[in-house]
Design a protein around this ligand. Structure first.
Ligand code: ARG
Length: 585
């Protein structure tokens, strides 16, 4: 809530001292800017008191009108349109630049699980989704003062490893592995799968290799480490280009608890997967079948289908590792308040199973009863990403690589700039390309399936990343030309026009946009705010042609302050969304 909203709240509060007024009032923009700066909605308040909203609005309008700093307050329907005086708007603008303060006794922690790269599998365009969403959520939490742990949770375990090891032994080369481990392992994997069709003994061979790895066989562990380190390194390099930076890389293998090397220093694991399975059996959450396998049957009311925790041969799957992971995150000293999983919709059932088992586990176990904070677990699921031609693949049937998508973006931006006779260096070109790709993804509700369209993503005049980047660069240019400095005192509040007011009101909505984003873990709320700000700035700019030659010094100053605030706000919002900004365009 910004300062003018809380001023209205205070006025109304006087009449309803025992109500939590903040929950019963809504703030919006009047349908036409001439009508005022804020439209106060009284619907919920009228409902609570069982009065007619139209009459209540009239009554409140009278009350507000008499308060200082108000130019007009008029009721229409269940709303009061309020116009503040110029000094109030100047004050609002000043407050937009203040940092958000946090007073925590103990700083809250959030864990975000979000990259999920798999060893031996190249990143494809689908990997734009969860990493982009997750990083935005991480940055928004940090903005709110949280300590955040972004966990890559890489897929570095499973019988797949036996396959990679045997495939590498048969078809691999050390040089190719050194040059590009991920692509090479992928190639080797495809070759082995083809060979397997005519030679069924191969399957036995790689199962054995995986068993050896599970028992800590040094040769297998060395291969595992080399494959894992190299693939994750490449994934992180790609992530860096997208401004995605996981803090920890604790993969599935870690939870096996066999002391494999880790990619960093992490709190130790106290409960391995087999101990998790034993614990869950003992608590009556999982059951051991006659053949030695272990499964979970959920209560009928949950409508969750039953699932496997351990196979007959004692090996554990994906679910067991995720359960060990939940307990680890809760009991290793992090004490998270939130654990957010960013994954695609195909994993929804898997995650529901994790959450339900975790809930029962915390309820029934000694450790669960003693934890200080029971974290809120949430799945921020994403839909599918397709290219406009309907496929995620090229004609050859290869899945389009994430790196190739970024490179194509860069060459497309290059071509566009040439058309416009603009020369930019690589850094700025890349910022525009990545900005276009990421914005066009983040502007939509993450739950929807998204069709990626280059023409839309790179439309400098449309709802796109480059459009907002352009507003940023324009604001920067104006400021540079003006020689404006912060902190110039006004002699009096200048007479503001409608476009000034609109821009100030829009600038003041940033925190609200970040709150809406975090409320549903949906970055598009903030992405759309950035666009709304850019369009508001653009109409301000178009309607203020004399900006730099304004004779009224106070007015010129306040307008330059608005330009500066726009610049900083776009910067802050793009920082949270992890979208790059060019210096020039
Ligand atoms: N590696 C997994 C995949 O590619 C994603 C991991 C997601 N995180 C998790 N905690 N299961 O499907």
């Amino acid at each position: 809530m910004h300062i003018l909203q809380s001023r209205l709240l205070d006025i109304v509060k006087n009449s309803y001292p025992e109500q939590d007024i903040a929950k019963l009032l809504t703030f919006a923009s009047p349908p036409k800017p001439e009508l005022g700066d804020i439209a106060l909605g009284v619907f919920w308040l009228s409902k609570t008191f069982g009065v007619n909203p139209i009459e209540l609005a009239i009554q409140l309008a009278g009350l507000i009108r008499q308060s200082p700093g108000i130019v007009s307050a008029n009721a229409t329907g269940g709303y009061v349109n309020v116009k503040f005086d110029d000094a109030s708007l100047v004050e609002l603008l000043g407050s937009c630049g203040l940092p958000v303060c946090h007073f925590y006794e103990v700083q809250p922690v959030a864990v975000v699980d979000y990259f999920g790269a798999n060893v031996g599998k190249p990143l494809h365009i689908g990997h734009l989704c969860a990493p982009s969403i997750g990083q935005a959520i991480i940055n928004a939490f940090r903005h709110k003062g949280y300590r955040v742990i972004g966990d890559m949770h890489q897929g570095d375990w499973g019988s797949l490893f036996g396959k990679l090891a045997i495939g590498y032994r048969r078809f691999g080369s050390a040089e190719a592995l050194e040059a590009d481990a991920t692509e090479h392992l992928f190639e080797v994997y495809v070759k082995l799968t083809a060979a397997e069709a005519s030679d069924p003994s191969i399957a036995e061979e790689y199962r054995e290799a995986f068993q050896k790895l599970s028992r800590g066989d040094p040769e297998m562990v060395a291969l595992w480490l080399s494959f894992t380190q190299k693939t994750i390194h490449t994934a992180l390099e790609l992530g860096k280009r997208l401004l995605v930076f996981p803090d920890v890389m604790i993969g599935e293998a870690f939870y096996e608890g066999i002391g494999l090397p880790t990619l960093g220093n992490y709190p130790e694991l106290r409960t391995s997967m087999s101990e998790v399975v034993a614990e869950l059996i003992q608590l009556g959450i999982a059951t051991e079948n006659e053949d030695g396998s272990v499964g979970v049957i959920f209560d009928e009311s949950t409508k969750i289908p039953s699932c496997m925790l351990a196979k007959r041969d004692g090996t554990h799957g994906y679910l067991a590792s995720d359960l060990a992971c939940v307990k680890y995150r809760i009991t290793n000293g992090w004490n998270p308040e939130h654990i957010v999983y960013c994954m695609d919709v195909r994993q929804e059932l898997h995650v529901r199973q994790i959450f339900e088992v975790a809930r029962l586990w915390i309820e029934r176990s000694e450790w669960g009863k003693s934890i200080a904070i029971v974290p809120q677990c949430f799945l921020a699921k994403n839909g599918f990403l397709k290219l406009k031609d309907g496929a995620m693949s090229t004609r050859k049937g290869n899945i389009i690589r994430l790196g190739a998508l970024m490179d194509e973006g860069i060459s497309r931006v290059d071509a566009l700039l040439k058309e416009k006779w603009v020369a930019l260096d690589v850094k700025n070109t890349e910022a525009i390309a990545i900005g276009a790709i990421k914005y066009s993804y983040l502007m939509s509700d993450r739950e929807k399936d998204i069709v990626f369209d280059w023409d839309k993503a790179l439309n400098f005049e449309g709802h796109s990343g480059p459009y907002i980047q352009y507003s940023y660069v324009r604001a920067k240019n104006i400021l540079e030309k003006s020689g404006w400095k912060a902190g110039i005192a006004l002699s009096e509040a200048p007479a503001l026009g409608q476009y000034d007011r609109q821009l100030i009101s829009m600038l003041a909505k940033k925190e609200e946009a970040i709150d809406s984003m975090l409320a549903g873990y949906k970055p598009h709320h903030l992405a759309i705010y950035a666009y709304d700000l850019a369009t508001t700035f653009s109409s301000f700019y178009v309607h203020t042609p004399k900006l730099l030659d304004e004779p009224d010094a106070d007015l010129k100053n306040i307008r330059l302050e608005m330009v500066e605030r726009t610049l900083r706000t776009i910067e802050e919002v793009f920082d949270i969304l992890a979208i790059p900004l060019p210096e020039r365009m």
